[in-house]
Design a protein around this ligand. Structure first.
Ligand SMILES: Cc1ncc(COP(=O)(O)O)c(C=O)c1O
Length: 300
């Protein structure tokens, strides 16, 4: 449960979370017509820092533009509000969730009739997934870049992630791995995927996935550690050729995949050695001992 006494931001005001209500006629509630971000703040060596804040807020604006949502605040103002929420709530590490949504002025697909609203909350959120996860290839395909904007974080997209996760959990797995419309490996429900093979990392190319910011961070780390990164279509039949696998995402950070079960029931187990190197290097870079050598953080 998120503490209802936390101070959140809504349409120009700071208010206690418990005092914020929305109408059941809110457009976004019916149609998923909103966009959001998931951002993490960490206590690093020099203070509390928000990881990749300008990149997340710029992505929020890009997502909003795909849905014809106009945000009143500037990107700089929203960055400042995120920092202010950490200060006001005395948070040293937090998950920050900005949500841009449409109000209850009208129902239906009458673009432009509803007012754009903005809500931002920051709350403590340690772990999203356990350290290692058991994964199955999902029979539910990832939303296609031909039917929606694959590089936007649109609320309605998450029906796809939610259903795939439900299907995986009901079969006693932790997480799904979704194939894209071509049958190539796409991504997890809320995370990108990497495979390891010796000194090589393989990951789907960005064209048909939501290529996240932790994915780029891991590519940066791979380059520093001397791993070759290969971005290409990867098919489920190839999975058995890899030594290891892991997910990346702001919520899930680097999560090791213990094994993947294919649609034909075949189970492929992985070695965790290389995945662990990436997990530990990433954890260190967002820990109290981090001197932010890669310039990821905006101090509050
Ligand atoms: C569908 C999907 N893919 C990948 C990611 C990873 O993105 P990031 O690393 O920017 O958190 C997320 C999380 O935002 C996501 O929802």
């Amino acid at each position: 449960m998120i503490d209802k006494n936390l101070i959140a931001y809504i349409n120009g005001e700071y208010k206690e979370l418990g005092e914020i209500f929305v109408s059941p006629l809110t457009h976004t509630l019916h149609y998923g017509t909103g966009v959001f971000e998931g951002i993490r703040a960490y206590e690093i060596n020099s203070g509390v820092g928000i990881r990749k804040l300008p990149e997340h807020i710029s992505r929020l604006f890009n997502s909003a533009s795909k849905l014809f949502l106009e945000i009143e605040e500037t990107q700089e103002e929203i960055q400042e509000i995120c920092k202010e929420l950490l200060r006001k709530n005395n948070l040293k590490s937090a998950y920050i969730r900005p949500l841009v949504y449409l109000d209850d002025s009208s129902v239906g697909m009458q673009v432009g009739k509803n007012k754009t609203q903005i809500f931002i909350v920051a709350f403590p959120w340690e772990k999203y997934l356990s350290d290692t996860v058991k994964v199955k290839i999902s029979p539910i395909r990832r939303i296609s870049e031909q039917t929606t904007a694959h590089d936007a974080k649109i609320c309605g997209h998450y029906i796809n992630s939610y259903m795939a996760t439900g299907e995986a959990k009901s079969a006693n797995f932790d997480e799904p791995l979704l194939l894209d419309r071509t049958g190539a490996i796409g991504e997890g429900a809320v995370a990108n995927v990497f495979f390891t093979k010796g000194k090589q990392l393989y990951t789907p190319k960005p064209e048909r996935i939501f290529a996240g910011l932790v994915r780029s961070a891991v590519i940066e780390i791979a380059n520093d550690l001397g791993y070759e990164v290969i971005e290409r279509d990867i098919f489920p039949e190839e999975i058995k050729e890899f030594d290891g696998a892991f997910f990346t995402g702001t919520a899930s950070e680097v999560t090791i995949i213990s094994d993947i079960t294919l649609l034909n029931g075949e189970n492929i187990e992985f070695n965790k050695e290389v995945s662990n190197i990436f997990k530990e290097t990433y954890s260190k870079a967002v820990s109290k001992e981090s001197k932010d050598e890669r310039g990821w953080f905006e101090l509050i």
